[in-house]
Design a protein around this ligand. Sequence first.
Ligand code: FES
Length: 243
Amino acid sequence: MEAVGSLSTVALPSLITAHFSKPIFTIPFTHKKSNLTRFPKAKLNKFNAISPSISTQPEATETETGNLDHEEEKFDWFSHWYPLMPVCDLDKRAPHGMKVLGLDVVVWWDKNENTWKVFDDRCPHRLAPLSEGRIDQWGRLQCVYHGWCFNGWGDCKLIPQAPLDGPPVHSFPKACVAVYPSTVQNRIVWFWPNTDLQYKDILTKKKPSYIPELDDPSFFGTTFITRDITYGAGTTRNRLAVF
Ligand code: FES
């Protein structure tokens, strides 16, 4: 009876499983095969004598070991969607700079396309951070240094110093900003961390993971709280696992 009484303050595992039927966040990681089969046979036998639960599989041959290296699953960190920021934390009147996966990006509201855009945070002119610029009266992202203006597709639409009767500057690729694929889901801005043109329409082929609980007010309420964590992904994963 005492044991039952002490358990009554703890949620039953079945209830937890039902409530969190889907993981809230999944953090991908590189999966490597166990090194146990590469353990020298002599040491393995010695180890087995005191640890019968260890696998007694025969030692892998050199050829097999080589194959194992090739079988390691490679995770491409730059071929996935990543959440950037909850929409409620973004101001449509100003560009927002942030660093994700070591990439400096700028998020800004494109009122002409009526959507959030994610650009490389470097002006193609002198590499000044566009996040220190502003949104001009025509809804373009304007660099603060020499005033170049860019539309939502990264095209340069204005170089204030260029002669009016000169060539159309926006058609020159080196005058354009690299644009990351982006979308809004679960009231969060997501981006695909690769500006290569082959990923331009990636959203039509692959979407960010949908998290229904984030759109359920009874589950999370309506408030997002974000924190910058100055850890690598591995350490962060371990910390989240504790919770
Ligand atoms: S550095 Fe941006 S306009 Fe010159």
